[in-house]
Design a protein around this ligand. Structure first.
Ligand SMILES: [Zn+2]
Length: 432
């Protein structure tokens, strides 16, 4: 009796173990494999990071950096395409030479996740640490490459150049319009900084150039025959200053005079000013922007000059924060040893073409800590911090968090649906 009980217990245990094994997912694909592959790729990716840091190529000139990344992705088994066709008014000749797209199909149909890479520098080198954006993404790409043969869906890696001048539309805007993000379900990005953060806020931004045309005349002998174009610019500034009192605190309006006359004894017949308008959400920015344009129109009417103004085709939208996606990445970071207490929001914000992608698709940007508290982006100190062993350790954690979150999006339909629903909900509520 006792013997037969033992035998059947062993049998039941065996079946349970088999079931547990089967429910653990397809053989050969597991989160552990992803992190192991990332650890394995760490040394070579560190060297790629170092090289991009040394190249320090400015926007639209990231030739060596993009070539190196394309080569590394091809080595990992990705199908890589360069020289991407984009709208010709955004990038010279309509070819984004330093952009690229790499793809890897998994086992059968499924979601598409996109890793977004940046690699442009500033005049003082990689003071925004984009070498680490590129390589945290490359690490994630290496981790996912290991498991895609047993995982449904598709991984895309998009190399997005020229972020620093992104307001001109030559980076992510051009690639969005070129259709390179089409079919994406979720987009993942990172950025180094002085903290760990999942704060998604960037300011929406639109620029305006106002040109006033008047009539020149001798400023002393015949001023009554002239129309002073500079007055149009000055009135615009005064009018804009009078609306500052009545905009939300996060609205930023800043302008410069680019043309204001050529000789003091001649009534200026041409004057020009440039403004930028920003806010934490796109609708608020647009509202303030329209008021600035009305100020220029009022000035035109007041002085009788002619205003020339064309709204720019490219404006930057503010990102949409997707709570379930932030929760997903946060849980991965916590599991990787970054405690919740280490996460810190920002108090001040800039603008980025990142917002354009985040407005179009569920997107997350993970800020990872590479520099001491208080180190400003674009500073020499941030540049030096972007090339240290400490920064590299954080970069590896960021790459793992990205890959593990992406893997969940590929393999857990319920999580993906929560992210997609969260995105729609947050977008509908934007600015309200
Ligand atoms: Zn940056």
């Amino acid at each position: 009796m006792s013997r037969s009980v033992k035998a059947s217990t062993v049998g039941v245990l065996g079946v349970l173990m088999l079931l547990a094994f089967l429910s653990a997912g397809p053989a050969g694909a597991s989160p552990d494999q992803i992190t192991a592959a990332i650890d394995q790729a760490s040394a070579s990716c560190r060297s790629v990071s170092q090289q991009i840091w040394d190249f320090k190529e400015l926007g639209q000139q990231e030739v060596k950096s993009s070539a190196l990344l394309k080569e590394e992705l091809a080595k990992l088994g990705y199908k890589v395409t360069g020289d991407l066709k984009v709208p010709a008014d955004l990038v010279k000749d309509g070819i984004a030479k330093t952009a690229f797209k790499a793809e890897m199909a998994g086992k059968g149909p499924g979601p598409t996740i996109t890793l977004m890479l940046e690699y442009d520098a500033l005049p003082n080198g990689h003071s925004c640490g984009h070498n680490l954006i590129a390589t945290s993404g490359l690490l994630a790409a290496a981790g996912l490459a290991k498991v895609m043969k047993d995982t449904p869906g598709r991984v895309m890696v998009i190399g997005t150049p020229d972020e620093e001048r992104g307001s001109a539309g030559g980076g992510k805007v051009a690639l969005l319009e070129g259709g390179y993000f089409d079919g994406t379900d979720v987009v993942f990005a990172t950025h180094p900084g002085d903290r760990w953060s999942l704060d998604q806020r960037f300011l929406a931004m639109k620029r305006a150039t106002f040109t006033f045309k008047g009539k020149s005349a001798h400023a002393a002998q015949a001023p009554h025959q002239g129309v002073n174009a500079l007055r149009g610019v000055l009135l615009t500034f005064n009018c804009v200053d009078s609306i500052r009192e009545h905009v939300r605190q996060d609205v930023r309006i800043h302008g410069i005079v680019t043309k204001g006359g050529t000789a003091v004894n001649v009534v200026p017949d041409l004057a020009q000013a440039e403004f930028a308008c920003r806010a934490l959400d796109t609708a608020t920015m647009e509202d303030a922007y329209n008021r600035i344009v009305n100020c220029a129109k009022a000035a035109e009417l007041g002085i009788g000059a002619t205003l020339e103004f064309k709204e720019p085709r490219v404006a930057l939208k503010a990102p949409i924060a997707v709570a379930p996606l932030l929760g997903e990445v946060e849980s991965k970071l916590v599991a990787l040893g970054i405690s919740k207490g280490q996460f810190k929001d920002f108090n001040e914000f800039g603008s980025s073409d990142f917002g354009m992608v985040s407005y179009a698709y569920p997107t997350v940007n993970l800020w990872f800590k590479t520099a001491p508290d208080g180190t400003a982006l674009h500073s020499d100190a941030m540049r030096e911090a972007a090339n240290t062993d400490e920064a590299w350790k954080a970069t590896v954690v960021a790459g793992k968090a990205l890959a593990l979150s992406a893997y969940d999006m590929l393999t857990q339909p319920a999580k993906l649906k929560a992210v997609q629903d969260g995105f729609k909900e947050a977008k509908a509520k934007e600015g309200k």
